[in-house]
Write a protein that binds this ligand. Structure first.
Ligand code: NOJ
Length: 627
């Protein structure tokens, strides 16, 4: 492949995986019209002209950074036939548990492992096949467990190793599987390796991390942290600094060190020998950093994430390390992996998950969580019609050949229901509509605890009620520039705390989550599991039906998806396989409209409205079996 320069044509750039993802990202982040770039004239434009048009040229280093990224990948866009291999993780319904907020059995106000075991029958009944546990390892809990102190121990706040073994046995007895959250881009600063690296600069552990020297208060480079401020921790009053892309207690590991990698593989092997079925790999695309850790570009930082991100979101050795890790530990155990990969688009995603390249099985993309041109900490109403644009692009480019992960909620974002419908006017209808898409689109659905009950955002009234380090750091940064009320409003719009309040189990005090004082505010609004379990029209009952429908359908799991041409607010598609065919029709808007005139006829299997009428009502969904 030729090297890209500023005189390369956009057409050629668009045919390279990084180029296509970068251009699509530009369109998304800057909220540009697709037509502006994807027309024959624009495709003939030179890269340098595009860069000037989007404003990149104004920023020194932008062109170099983009060229560096484009030239880092030698592959063309992958064109592979659909992957039809049958795998348990393609057929499964995953359910993410945030243990701290799931269910508390010992009354300390914090959810625990016995609490998860106690609810296994609930999960089985819902139709869940596999659990993903957010971290339960020993940790100072600076970032609620994503800062691991000891990978081979359970944090006492969640229970004991015996509790974990019981949980795993309970999961397997019920024919379900369990995957752990593996945080190996960084460790806690209280991890033994880091402690030794600091106390003895000559120790081998020094090179397990990114230590650099810099005099005074200026850090070694200009990278920013995902959690506000600089991405460096100054070590005491020395000139030594260590890289930390998240909190000041989450120290980035140096993946270029082979001994460190071997030690990480030992940890993974240890858990696999225990019998866990796989891992969700935390920010795994960040593990490889550009040699020398050069300064980041401002423009790219504003567009894509913290300054410096172009030097590690698709780093030079990412593929090598993933391939090595897979062959060393995942493959021998036939373990499943899903990577959390902020910034990765469908084309680079293919290179990272293609079955023939042997890296990861699946990955999470986040491009649907905000509208084009919008950022997480922006107060706006999410227009659900964007989901049609997103899935159309995604299914055409990725979804029919690879296995997509399908999700709306997780522990890092406010609830999707509240983004689309902040007043909750259509709460039930919308929860059912989103679930229906998630279970009938091609890919593996991941529910996040509470989604099956219609959980919405929490009405936090001030910053003291929030617990998350990202919210608190951002608030402290913002109040330097604006009033407390303004800062709180911004934090509230994107706070992770919303999804971290306890699950509502019943109508008792604290929604039955704990008999003690909960670690964070609880939301008790009647959308609890106990009352929904006995109501056949509830969101929970609808999700159970969706799960059963998908489980028993070859077409909904392996069938191709075809998206039909309809007016903007209607999202209609078919799924088919070997004589089994479904038609799914969704109104993605809070306004009623007429039904598509041409539609296949068949038997209505499931809808969020009791009967079909001539018009499609607000957020209506129908799942029809074509006869
Ligand atoms: C991604 C996790 O999902 C998030 O919760 C965490 O704060 C960061 N990675 C750092 O580990």
């Amino acid at each position: 492949m030729n090297r890209f320069t500023l005189t390369s044509k956009i057409r050629d750039v668009y045919n390279s995986p990084v180029g296509r993802d970068v251009i699509d990202k530009l369109i998304l982040q800057l909220g540009l019209s697709e037509k502006l770039l994807k027309n024959p004239l624009a495709m003939n434009m030179k890269l340098g002209t595009l860069s000037a048009r989007v404003g990149g040229n104004a920023d020194e280093g932008f062109n170099d950074a983009i060229l560096g990224l484009l030239n880092s990948e030698q592959n063309d866009c992958l064109k592979e036939p659909p992957d039809t291999e049958r795998k348990w993780w393609k057929e499964s319904l995953f359910y993410q548990i945030y243990p701290r907020s799931f269910y508390d059995t010992d009354g300390d106000g914090i959810g625990d492992i016995p609490g998860i075991t106690a609810k296994l029958d609930y999960l089985k009944e819902l139709g869940v096949d596999a659990l993903w546990l957010s971290p339960i390892y020993d940790s100072p809990q600076d970032d609620n467990g994503y800062d691991i102190r000891d990978y081979r121990a359970i944090d006492p706040v969640f229970g004991t190793m015996e509790d974990f073994d019981n949980l795993l046995a309970g999961v397997h007895e019920r024919g379900m599987r369990l995957i752990m959250d593996l945080v190996i881009n960084h460790t806690s600063d209280e991890h033994e390796w880091f402690k030794q690296a600091v106390s003895d600069p000559e120790s081998k552990y020094r090179d397990y991390y990114h230590f650099r020297k810099s005099e005074g208060e200026e850090p070694p480079n200009n990278w920013k942290s995902f959690f506000s401020g600089q991405a460096w921790k100054k070590i005491g009053d020395s000139d030594d600094w260590a890289l930390c892309l998240f909190s000041k207690k989450q120290m980035d590991l140096n993946w270029d060190n082979p001994e460190m990698r071997r030690d990480v593989y030992e940890i993974i092997r240890w858990w696999l020998e225990k019998g866990v079925d796989g891992f969700r790999l935390d920010v795994i695309n960040l593990i490889s950093k550009t040699d020398g850790l050069p300064n980041g570009n401002d423009f790219i930082g504003k567009m894509m994430g913290p300054r410096g991100i172009e030097h590690y979101f698709y780093g030079p050795k990412l593929h090598d390390y993933l391939q090595e890790m897979r062959s060393e530990v995942f493959e021998p155990f036939d373990a499943f992996t899903v990577g959390e990969m902020p910034g990765i688009g469908p084309e680079t995603g293919k290179l990272l998950t293609s079955p023939t390249r042997r890296e990861l099985d699946m990955f999470f993309s986040f491009d649907h969580l905000e509208l084009p041109g919008k950022a997480k900490f922006e107060d706006y109403i999410y227009d659900a019609a964007f989901l049609k644009t997103y899935y159309t692009r995604w299914m055409r480019n990725y979804g029919n050949a690879y296995q997509s992960s399908l999700f709306y909620d997780n522990h890092d974002n406010p609830r999707m229901l509240s983004k689309i419908d902040p007043d909750g006017k259509y709460r039930d209808k919308l929860a059912m509509l989103l679930g229906a898409i998630q279970f009938t689109m091609r890919g593996t659905p991941f529910l996040y605890q509470g989604q099956e009950l219609g959980a919405v955002n929490t009405a936090f009234s001030n910053i003291d009620e929030m617990r998350d380090i990202e919210s608190l750091n951002l608030y402290n940064e913002l109040i330097e520039k604006m009033s407390e009320a303004e800062a709180f409003k911004i934090v509230l719009s994107g706070a992770r705390d919303h999804a971290r309040v306890p699950v509502q189990w019943d109508g008792s005090k604290h929604s039955g989550f704990t008999t003690g004082e909960p670690w964070i505010k609880t939301l008790s609004d009647g959308y609890d599991a106990e009352s929904q379990a006995v109501d056949e029209n509830s969101i929970l009952s609808f999700y159970k039906q969706l799960a059963q429908l998908r489980k028993n359908s070859e077409a909904l799991i392996y069938g191709e998806v075809e998206i039909l041409r309809t007016k903007e607010q209607i999202f209609a598609y078919t799924r088919k396989s070997k004589g089994e065919e479904y038609y799914i029709e969704c109104n993605l808007s809070p306004n009623a409209c007429s039904r598509p005139s041409k539609r296949p006829s068949g038997k209505l299997l499931l809808s969020n409205y009791p009967e079909q009428s001539k018009t499609m009502r607000e957020f209506e969904v129908c799942i029809i079996e074509i006869e």
